[in-house]
Design a protein around this ligand. Structure first.
Ligand SMILES: Cc1cc2nc3c(=O)[nH]c(=O)nc-3n(C[C@H](O)[C@H](O)[C@H](O)COP(=O)(O)OP(=O)(O)OC[C@H]3O[C@@H](n4cnc5c(N)ncnc54)[C@H](O)[C@@H]3O)c2cc1C
Ligand code: FES
Length: 278
């Protein structure tokens, strides 16, 4: 489906979690012109009217798309997400999508989903649209209380557990659990992960060590989201046909297995773990 630019109205914006200051929100929008998308795809979104033309839209995973609405789930972490948190029902946002490739769906293979923090967002749609959710297992690592995240809907449809990192010392146990789960799913299962870079590096390294097929959905910073600015490059080993083409070679003298800089928005955001060079 070709991406289109739409102006969508906000139906409602629902804060998640408790406490005086909310950081997590589900933004429910009127449906875009495009009626379908694949789980793992994303949109570029910005509030309108734009405060400044210099402010680029920001990438957000498609958390849920139905005939009635599009939901984006976001965490406030800077300028645009703070503006988004102040939006109200009836306000307008600009949405470009659907963008990017999708997370692989293999109903014939047990699938382990590893999500870190806001990396849970694309899996809401993934679990919802999966033909056999009973084959899915979700392990979710997070630092904020569970009520801050859209976890409940996922846990209703498949086996899902959450692991909160309350103090730094909790991390070792969470890392050990993730490693153990990846080993359990190798080699027959499929491993999917989305989250911060150190989390994805852990998944990629563990999967490589035990021969698991893993796919990583990257949260690289993006400026245009449509392949024009080269602001989202990561180093990757892609077969020539998978890229269109790698935009920046790592240097004329670089050996072929040294990888090339490819645009996350044009070639991803999901890559096979053994293709990404962290
Ligand atoms: C494909 C994709 C899907 C995404 N899906 C979601 C989603 O569903 N929900 C969600 O809340 N966020 C998601 N993100 C991340 C989201 O795009 C950023 O949080 C957002 O761009 C921040 O914009 P801002 O203007 O508020 O922050 P800025 O003012 O631009 O930056 C504030 C701070 O956040 C850091 N930052 C900004 N972007 C990122 C990033 N991508 N990774 C790590 N640090 C960053 C900056 O370094 C800076 O320190 C996704 C990113 C990608 C690439
Ligand atoms: S964000 Fe501009 S090329 Fe990817």
């Amino acid at each position: 489906m070709n991406p289109t630019i739409s102006r969508l109205k906000i139906l409602d914006i629902v804060p998640f979690g408790s406490g005086p200051k909310h950081e997590f929100f589900a933004l429910r929008l009127t449906p875009p012109k495009w009626e379908s998308c694949a789980p793992g795809q994303f949109v570029m979104l910005r509030p309108l009217p734009a405060r400044s033309e210099a402010v680029c839209p920001r990438p957000f995973s498609i958390c849920k798309l139905t005939g009635g609405h599009l939901i984006v789930f976001f965490q406030v972490c800077g300028r645009v997400t703070a503006e988004m948190a102040a939006l109200q029902a009836g306000d307008t946002v600009q949405v470009t999508g659907p963008l990017g490739n999708s997370l692989p769906v293999r109903a014939d293979r047990p699938t382990l989903i590893l999500a870190g923090g806001i990396g849970i967002a694309p899996f809401v749609e993934y679990v919802d649209k999966h033909p056999r959710p009973a084959t899915l297992t979700v392990e979710f690592a997070h630092r904020h209380p569970l009520a801050c995240y859209p976890f409940e809907g996922i846990a209703e449809k498949c086996a899902a557990r959450s692991h909160m990192e309350t103090v730094e010392q909790d991390r070792d146990a969470i890392v050990a659990l993730m490693e153990q789960r990846i080993r359990e799913f190798a080699p027959a299962g499929l491993v999917l992960a989305c989250g911060p870079t150190p989390f994805l590096r852990l998944v990629g390294n563990t999967a490589a060590a035990c021969g698991a097929e893993a796919h990583l959905c990257l949260e690289t910073r993006m400026a245009c989201g449509i392949g024009a600015c080269q602001g989202c490059v990561v180093k990757a080993l892609l077969p020539a046909a998978d890229d269109a083409p790698p935009v920046l070679r790592s240097g004329p003298a670089a050996p072929p297995d040294d990888g090339a800089f490819v645009r996350t928005c044009a070639c991803g955001p999901t890559f096979r773990a053994d293709q990404v060079i962290f």
